[in-house]
Structures are given as structure tokens and as C-alpha cells.
Design a protein around this ligand. Structure first.
Ligand code: KIV
Ligand code: ZN
Length: 516
């Protein structure tokens, strides 16, 4: 008999805890809708009590996303649980997820309470959550560094109080597979009422073992796996969703008893969407989804592949909605070919959006001659990043640099019907341009990091710049793409500034009148 493994996606909660991966409401909603298309069973979409923005995002997802169970996270505090319920009650399938530390490290240093008091707090939280909904999940934070006897007592008590899902998190990625397997098996065997709850695991990747631990947990009794797209998450991230579901399928010979309902063909598209909206690139060698996962470099491998794909490929790119072979587009390719390639990368634009996109494509094809699928993806990402109404737009940019000259920039920006021009110098042409922009906008955000990535190969490759800016305690990601890396850098900076302005319009400027 085969058994289903439920996929609990926490990209919008634990994934968003990745440093720098802030998402606004529209971006979260877009990802949640895509996760529903991916057909995950459960979407954890935030920690509602943490801020009004987070609350609103969870509430909007609960109202608009149909299909998966919608989960909000709460500490064992009544206020947290109330906030979760207020946010998720609109969902057809709401779940409250509450958690509390169970390791002596957490109890002694973080919670500063004795084990029995904490056990009681867990029980009371579950009872309180049950007043709102039948579906209540309880997590024992830092379970893998907890005393097993104590954990078994907590689990038994919270199930008795009504918990329907028991989650065993490897919060600090400390477990190794065999040991984790034993823990899951022991919980199954030792907790007398465990059959009244679904056993779940939530593995972090500090030792690179998150996926291995999750898979072995399934073999030992876990029927819910918590994971995130692209493996993003706190510190080294969480178990990567795409690796777990693809692993279970590709090694069906080994995991023959288990299946998931995930629609694998949506994986590629979901991965790229999460990457473009969070600003966290997918590493080229990332398992299942990295661009090198289907590339063959050595002559011996290429020879083998040409004779038979199975010589060096265990996953067919099409299985996950990607495509190994691709067309090279040029300015003469025409709308039909461009539309086709867009469908291949999972982007559907309406007619007006497509016309706007096609003009951007033609501009790029004129500069670059050959346009690859990755170029199209970068253009799409750019379109998403620019989907917010810009306050300032770039009208003109000129920079000077060289081994014997002082780097300088002239920048012309437009806001409504007014044009502003400024010049400045800097440590380099990009710094000079940023200084000139600061003079015009009156905002000078701190540049936290700067990433330049060649989207394709060759000297005319498209450069994608992604930067993290902080201003007024707000941190955002700005993105820009161009064949000219200085222009891409300036567009990323302006995109960031426009986002900061938009944020301050939504949330108030925190008393800082510099923001227009
Ligand atoms: O890692 C962890 O322990 C968590 C819990 C809140 C489930 O994210
Ligand atoms: Zn976690």
C-alpha cells in the first residue's frame, strides 16, 4: 500500500527569515498562488503577530489562495494565537501552528522556565487554539537536542489537549540521518496516542543534511515534511522542497511506499519566481534546479549524453518544468517564437504586457544579438521588480572613469513632470552615480551588499545587478538588468529607492522628511 507524504511549504515564513529576503504583500501573494499551482498540501505564510504588514499578508493569502491548508505561526501566547486566527480564519482550511522549545538549552537560556511549566504552557496553548479550529500543529523547537523522555511526555500531553500534527524540528541542523531516524521511530513507538496525530519533520541545513534527514524521517514514520523552495531559510536554510519531492519520485524504486501530490512540472517556474522576488539567486550547481544541473561539460560526458541521456542524467529537465535544449532568439525571431520561449519558462503575459515585454526584448536583441532563455528570465524578473510605480525614472546617465581620471557621473532623473540633473564624483563610476542620485532624491540609503551576475555567457552578456539597501530601518532589494553594468547598477539603485519611497508611503516615513 502506498502512503502520501504531505508537503508543508514554509518558504513564506521560515524562507522569508533568510537575511535580505523581505517580501511585500503582492510578492507573497504571487508566491502563495504559485505554491497552490505546485499543489503543495500546506502553506505556512507568516507569523501574524510580528507586524501589521505580516498580518495583512497572511490574511490576504487566507482570503485569496484556495486549495492548500493555510497556516500561521504563533508562540504559545494567547495574543499570538488570536492574531493567527484573525488572519487565517478566512481560509477554507485554516491551521494554527504553535511552538515552544523543548531542549534544556532553550529552556534554561532562552525561555528561563522549568520543563514542567513549559509543558503546561504547551498544553494550554493547544487548548486555546482548539477553541478556534480543529487543525492545530504543535512544534517542539530544538527537538533534536532535547531529552527524548521529556519530549515523549510533551507530545503525549499536547495530543491529549487536541494537537493534530506534531512537528519535530531539527532547529539548528544538528541531526545526522541515522540518529534522526531512531528519534522518529522512537517517538512512533513510545508515545501511546501518536496515532491520533500526523508526525512531521522540519530540518535545517547547517550541516548540509536537511534533505537526507527529511527523507529518512519519512521512512521511519513522518508523513508531513516541512521544506522551502530553493532551500532558503534561516542561516544555512531549510530542506529544499524540490530536492525532497524529486528525490522521492526519481528513487521510487527505493521509496516505493511513498508519494507526494506535488505537480513537479511547476517546480522550475516556482523556483525562479521565488528567486526573482526574494533577490536570492539559485546557485548554479544547486541540486535539481541549478542551471548546471542539466549541463554537461566534459567531452566524455557529452559523448555519453549524445549516445544516451541516461548515461549521465538521472532527472529529465522536463520533469520539473525546465528544458535542457533551448532556442537562441534574435531580433528577427518574431512574436511567436518569443511567446513560445516565455511559455517554456512558465511566464504567461496578457497581450498588453507581452507587447511591452516584446519591445524590451527587441532592445536587448539589438544590443546582444543572441538572446538566451536566461536573458528572458532576467527581463521578466526585471519587469516584476519594476511592477511597482516608480517615483523617479532614469532619463540620462553619463559616467567617467579610468586609471588617471577622477570617477564622475552626470545623472538626469524624472519625477512627475520635473527633471533633475546632478553631477558628483566617487570611488568609482557607480559610487559617483549613486552619490548624484542621493543628491537628487535626498535619500542616501546604506548599501548592504552588491551582487553582479552575468546572466549569460560571452562578452555581450546581460548583467544583472541585485543590491540590498537599508534606510530608515527598512531593508529592500533593488534589481536592474542591462548589457551595461554601470547602467544595471544605477537601475538597481533607483529601483531600490523607488521601493523605499513606496514603503514609506504605505508605512509612514518614520519622521524622516527626506522621503518624498
Ligand atoms: O526551526 C524551527 O524550529 C522552526 C519552528 C518554529 C518550527 O522554524
Ligand atoms: Zn525553522
Amino acid at each position: 500500500m502506498t502512503e502520501k507524504v504531505m508537503i508543508f511549504d514554509s518558504t513564506l515564513r521560515d524562507g522569508e527569515q533568510t537575511p535580505g529576503a523581505r517580501l511585500n504583500l503582492e510578492e507573497k501573494l504571487k508566491i502563495a498562488k504559485q505554491l497552490a499551482k505546485l499543489n503543495v498540501d500546506i502553506i505556512e505564510c507568516g507569523f501574524p503577530v510580528s507586524s501589521p504588514g505580516e498580518f495583512k499578508a497572511v490574511q490576504t493569502i487566507a482570503k485569496e489562495v484556495k486549495g492548500p491548508i493555510i497556516v500561521g505561526l504563533a508562540r504559545t501566547l494567547q495574543g499570538d494565537i488570536d492574531a493567527v486566527w484573525e488572519a487565517i480564519k478566512y481560509s477554507e482550511r485554516p491551521r494554527i501552528h504553535t511552538f515552544l522549545g523543548s531542549s534544556s538549552i532553550h529552556m534554561q537560556y532562552k525561555l528561563r522556565k522549568d520543563p514542567e511549566t513549559l509543558l503546561e504552557m504547551g498544553v494550554e496553548a493547544v487548548k486555546y487554539a482548539k477553541r478556534y479550529t480543529e487543525d492545530v500543529q504543535y512544534s517542539l523547537e530544538d527537538a533534536t537536542r532535547s531529552d527524548e523522555d521529556y519530549m515523549c511526555r510533551v507530545i503525549e500531553a499536547v495530543i491529549k489537549a487536541g494537537a493534530t500534527v506534531i512537528n519535530i524540528p531539527d532547529t539548528v541542523g544538528y541531526a545526522v540521518p541515522e540518529q534522526f531516524a531512531t528519534l522518529i521511530r522512537n517517538i512512533k513507538n513510545r508515545v501511546p496516542n501518536i496515532d491520533k496525530a500526523v508526525l512531521s519533520v522540519h530540518c535545517h541545513n547547517d550541516l548540509g543534511l536537511a534533505v537526507a534527514n527529511s527523507l529518512i524521517a519519512v521512512q521511519n514514520g513522518a508523513r508531513q515534511v516541512e521544506c522551502n523552495i530553493n532551500g532558503i531559510g534561516e542561516r544555512a536554510g531549510n530542506a529544499a522542497l524540490e530536492e525532497i519531492v524529486t528525490g522521492l519520485l526519481i528513487r521510487q524504486d527505493y521509496f516505493e511506499q511513498y508519494y507526494t501530490d506535488v505537480n513537479l512540472r511547476e517546480i522550475y517556474k516556482t523556483s525562479r519566481l521565488v528567486s526573482s522576488l526574494t533577490g536570492i539567486p539559485v546557485p548554479v550547481n544547486k541540486a535539481v534546479i541549478g542551471i548546471n544541473a542539466f549541463a554537461h561539460s566534459s567531452g566524455i560526458h557529452q559523448d555519453g549524453i549524445l549516445k544516451n541521456l541516461s548515461t549521465y542524467e538521472i532527472i529529465n529537465a522536463e520533469l520539473i518544468g525546465g528544458k535542457a535544449a533551448q532556442m537562441v532568439l534574435t531580433a528577427r525571431s518574431g512574436r511567436h517564437a518569443v511567446k513560445n520561449e516565455l511559455l517554456e519558462i512558465g511566464s504567461q503575459l496578457d497581450e498588453a504586457e507581452f507587447e511591452e515585454f516584446y519591445n524590451a526584448f527587441l532592445e536587448l536583441a539589438d544590443k546582444k544579438k543572441e538572446v538566451f532563455r536566461e536573458d528572458l528570465e532576467a527581463l521578466i524578473a526585471d519587469r516584476l521588480a519594476f511592477a511597482i510605480p516608480p517615483t523617479f525614472t532614469l532619463e540620462y546617465l553619463q559616467t567617467v572613469s579610468g586609471s588617471r581620471s577622477i570617477p564622475a557621473a552626470v545623472v538626469k532623473l524624472k519625477k512627475d513632470d520635473t527633471t533633475f540633473v546632478e553631477t558628483d564624483c566617487g570611488a568609482g563610476p557607480i559610487d559617483a552615480a549613486y552619490n548624484a542620485i542621493d543628491k537628487i532624491t535626498g535619500i542616501n540609503p546604506r548599501l548592504e551588499n552588491y551582487n553582479l551576475r552575468g546572466v549569460t555567457e560571452g562578452r555581450k552578456a546581460l548583467g544583472e545587478v541585485s543590491i540590498k539597501l537599508t534606510f530608515n530601518e527598512k531593508t529592500i532589494i533593488g534589481r536592474g538588468t542591462s548589457t551595461d553594468i554601470i547602467e544595471a547598477s544605477v537601475m538597481a539603485y533607483l529601483n531600490g529607492i523607488n521601493k523605499l519611497i513606496l514603503l514609506s508611503k504605505v508605512n509612514g516615513n518614520g519622521g524622516n522628511d527626506a522621503i518624498p
